[in-house]
Design a protein around this ligand. Structure first.
Ligand code: NAD
Ligand code: USQ
Length: 383
C-alpha cells in the first residue's frame, strides 16, 4: 500500500515508518520537524542521540535498500498538504502529527492555543484533503485513552449504548479528558465522526495508551536509526521517565499518591497495531474506534517494577512522592477498559517484561551524560 506516516520523525512515527517500509509498503513521511524546535524551546532532548530526518532516511536506504520519501511541511498549511496528496496519492494516511504533551498544553494560554490549533486544524485539513483528493484513502488517526478520563464504569471501544426512558441509542463514549491536549483529541474525534457520517470517508481512531520502551527490531538495525527517548518533565512519559531517572540515580518521581491508573502499550505493539489498522481498513462512512493498549498499571506499580529491575541490575532506585502538578484522581480508583478489537485483528501483545526494562535501562545508562537532572521536574501545574 502507499502509506503516509504524518509525524514520521517522532517517537511513534519513526519506528512505524520503518516497520511498514520493511513489510514492503511504500511509505512517505510527512513532518514539519516542529518537535525538534520544541526540544530547543524547552532546552530538552532525547536520551538517545537521534540523527536528522535526512540522515535517518539515508541510513534506512543503506541498511535495507528501501526508500522512504520525505515531505517536510505542516499539516495546518493546506497548500502543502494538497501537494502531498496529489504527488503521493495515499491509500492510507497514518496521522501521528500532533502536539502530544499534556503538560506542554497546560504551560500557559499560548501553549494551549497552539496545541488545539495545531491538532484540530491539522486533522481538519487531512479530512478535507481525503474528501476532495483521495476519497478512498483510509485515515488511521492516533487518539488517546486519556480522552475517556477515569470514569467509574467500564471504558468501551469508542461507543456506549444508552437506555433512556424506555428507548436506546448508541453514541460516542462520553469523554472527560484531563488536559487541553487530551481535549484536542476529543475535538478531533468529533470532527472525524462528523466527516465519516457526512462524506462517507473511511477512518479509524486508535485510542492509544501511554507508550513505553523506545526500541523496535528496525530501529536496532543500525545506531543511526535509533528512536527518540524523552525523559524531561514535559514530554517524558511515566515508565520511560522512571527508567531514565533510575539511570542517573534520581528518585523515581511518583506524582501525589500514585494511584493514577493508565493504559500502557509497548512501542513494539504500537507499530504492529498501525499495520493491522492499515491492512484492514474501516468501512466507508463508519468511524471505527479501537483501544490501543495491552495492560494497565498505577504509577505506584510502575515505580515498584522499575525500582526492582534497576536494583537487580545493581542500580538502586528509590521512589519519591512529589506534590502532583496535575489535577487528576490519584487514589485507588476504578479503571477497566476493553481492548479486544486489535487482538481480534491479530495483535499478540508484548506485555511489560524485565528484559525490555533491562535493555531500556542499559540504553539510558549508556547515554547518562545526555540526561540533565534539572529537566526532570519541569512540569507546569494545572492550576
Ligand atoms: P512526537 O512529538 O514524538 O511526534 C510527533 C511528530 O509530529 C513530531 O515529529 C512533530 O514534528 C510532528 N508534528 C506535530 N505537529 C505537526 C504538524 N502540524 N505538521 C506536521 N508535523 C507535525 O509524539 P509521539 O509520542 O510520537 O506521538 C505521536 C501521536 O501518538 C500523537 O498524536 C500522540 O497524541 C499519540 N499518542 C502518543 C502516545 C505516547 O505515549 N507517546 C500515547 C498515545 C497517543
Ligand atoms: N506521572 C507521575 N510521575 C511522572 C510522570 C507522570 O506520577 O514523573 C503520572 C501522571 O500524573 C499521570 C500518569 O503518570 O497520571 C501518566 O502521565 P504521562 O506523562 O506518562 O502520560 P500523559 O500525560 O497521560 O500523556 C502520554 C502521552 C500522550 C498520550 C497519553 C496516553 O504524552 O501523548 O496521549 O500518554 S493516555 O495517558 O492514555 O491519555
Amino acid at each position: 500500500m502507499r502509506i503516509i506516516v504524518a509525524g514520521g520523525d517522532g517517537f511513534c512515527g519513526w519506528p512505524t515508518a520503518l516497520y511498514l517500509s520493511r513489510l514492503g509498503h511504500e511509505v512517505a513521511i510527512v513532518d514539519s520537524l516542529v518537535r525538534r524546535e520544541i526540544d530547543n524551546e524547552l532546552h530538552a532532548g532525547s536520551v538517545t542521540p537521534i540523527r536528522t530526518l535526512d540522515e535517518r532516511v539515508r541510513a534506512w536506504r543503506e541498511v535495507t535498500g528501501r526508500q522512504i520519501a520525505v515531505f517536510r511541511g505542516d499539516l495546518t498549511h493546506y497548500d502543502f498538504l494538497e501537494q502531498v496528496f496529489r504527488t503521493f496519492q495515499p491509500e492510507a494516511f497514518v496521522h501521528f502529527a500532533e502536539q502530544r504533551s499534556a503538560p506542554y498544553s497546560m504551560i500557559d494560554r499560548a501553549h494551549s492555543v497552539y496545541t488545539q490549533r495545531n491538532n484540530v486544524e491539522g486533522t481538519l485539513n487531512v479530512l478535507w484533503a481525503i474528501k476532495d483528493l483521495a476519497p478512498d484513502c483510509h485515515l488511521v488517526k492516533l487518539g488517546t485513552m486519556g480522552e475517556y478520563g477515569t470514569p467509574n464504569i467500564d471504558i468501551e471501544e469508542g461507543y456506549l449504548t444508552v437506555e433512556h426512558n424506555g428507548r436506546s441509542d448508541t453514541f460516542l463514549y462520553p469523554k472527560t479528558p484531563g488536559s487541553f491536549y487530551h481535549l484536542s483529541k476529543v475535538h478531533d474525534t468529533n470532527n472525524i465522526y462528523f466527516a465519516c457520517r457526512m462524506w462517507g470517508i473511511r477512518a479509524t481512531d486508535l485510542n492509544q495508551g501511554v507508550v513505553y520502551n523506545v526500541h523496535t527490531a528496525e530501529t536496532q538495525l543500525d545506531p543511526r536509526l535509533v528512536n527518540r527517548f524523552d525523559y524531561d518533565g514535559i514530554y517524558g512519559t511515566a515508565l520511560d521517565r522512571f527508567v531514565a531517572q533510575a539511570a542517573i540515580g534520581h528518585p523515581l518521581t511518583v506524582y501525589g499518591r500514585g494511584g493514577q491508573t493508565r493504559a500502557y502499550i509497548n512501542i513494539v505493539d504500537t507499530v504492529r497495531c498501525i499495520q493491522l489498522a492499515c491492512e484492514h481498513p474501516a468501512e466507508p462512512g463508519k468511524l471505527r474506534v479501537m483501544n490501543q493498549f495491552t495492560q494497565w498499571f498505577s504509577v505506584n506499580e510502575l515505580s515498584r517494577i522499575v525500582s526492582r529491575v534497576a536494583g537487580e541490575m545493581g542500580v538502586p532506585a528509590s521512589v519519591e512522592h512529589l506534590p502532583n502538578p496535575r489535577i487528576e484522581r490519584e487514589d485507588d480508583h476504578y479503571f477497566h477498559a476493553v481492548n479486544t478489537k486489535l487482538i481480534d485483528l491479530g495483535l499478540e501483545p508484548h506485555l511489560l517484561d524485565d528484559d525490555t526494562l533491562r535493555r531500556l535501562l542499559e540504553t539510558a545508562r549508556e547515554n547518562r551524560d545526555r540526561i540533565n537532572p534539572a529537566l526532570i521536574c519541569t512540569s507546569p501545574t494545572w492550576k
